[in-house]
Design a protein around this ligand. Sequence first.
Ligand code: ADP
Length: 403
Amino acid sequence: MSATRVLVLNSGSSSLKYQLLDMRDSSRLASGLVERIGERSSRLKHSPLATGGETREQSAPIADHDAALKAVAEELAKDGLGLDSPELAAVGHRVVHGGKHFTRPTVIDDAVLAEIERLIPVAPLHNPANLTGIRTATALRPDLPQVAVFDTAFHTTMPESAARYAIDVETADAHRVRRYGFHGTSHAFVSRATAKLLGKAPEEVNVIVLHLGNGASASAVEKGRCVDTSMGLTPLEGLVMGTRSGDADPAVIFHLARVGGMSIDEIDALLNKKSGLIGLCGDNDMREIQRRIDEGDEQAKLAFDIYIHRLKKYIGAYYAVLGRVDAIAFTAGVGENAAAVRAAAVSGLDALGLAVDDGLNAVRGDGPRLISPSDARVAVAVVPTDEELEIATQTYALVKTTN
Ligand code: ADP
């Protein structure tokens, strides 16, 4: 097949992130972002990586996703990478919620669109935006395979014992209440890259992946298959995040409604947008929190300690779930950059074979690297995630075999 380019689209409610890759060598030809779609202050930022040219920015109102993708296509065409090119093999779409149904990347047809639509009640913020991106790209190139890569797919291997909440089965099933997990593309990519770093096949190792970005999740990956993850029905469960609470007694919600007089929507906003690090100390950026801690700020220190305490509990829990752990991998903005978080998360866990080498942990670098002492029983690694490359790889593998 001569077409080797894949356009990766990640559509949010008011944003469109994209990358164009050449799958012959996984190189990035262009990348960019349209923000504030539908507002007067829309902004497009385009990096023509193939030509090595300067990043171009434009600020002009962009009414909707259709206009956004057309603006992106124009930018790409300026670099000779137009979306009408026969070299474009497919468009890979990040789709947040694939429910139980989608266990792998899928070429999109009407039935797939209908199923993604049926999942809107469990992903009210994300799936509608993802659908808009798919429809827009299909309208632009109806002849091209459009592939959905689901954030939930990697977690569909979780056993029922991990995926089910202990609530009435009939009620749960009637409303599709179960643990789905998210960030799956990242957990898949990072767990495989960690195995490679150890010189092993994914099937030979057990890995705990800690994806610590603004959203954060942990997963237990046994021989390449996910057996547990910290996010649940929605991305709210689990770790302390930038603005989300993570785990909390569900009765907090009843209490805030009955005693605090808050509506369900207010509690939803509280737990998703005004909790986590920002709720605890007013900042959700780990750099700012560390700066404040260095200045002796007690509130920032407590927020950090709560964040680390939860992280440590999940490391312990997944150690127990896996029985034997070969590596722990830190990834995403905080995991890749915040050495203090990595050191604190494993401190005191020597009895589990876990430790970081302070010198290695302090070194900054771009690629996957080990930060544990050379004689450590369990490897501790920093493994940069690359969700766009993973989406492109999965998309290309699918269209190559179906063509
Ligand atoms: P998301 O994709 O979830 O928005 P990222 O994976 O890009 O998030 O992570 C963003 C977070 O990474 C920021 O909120 C910030 O706290 C953290 N971060 C980025 N760089 C650093 C750094 N050098 N030190 C500490 N934290 C960092």
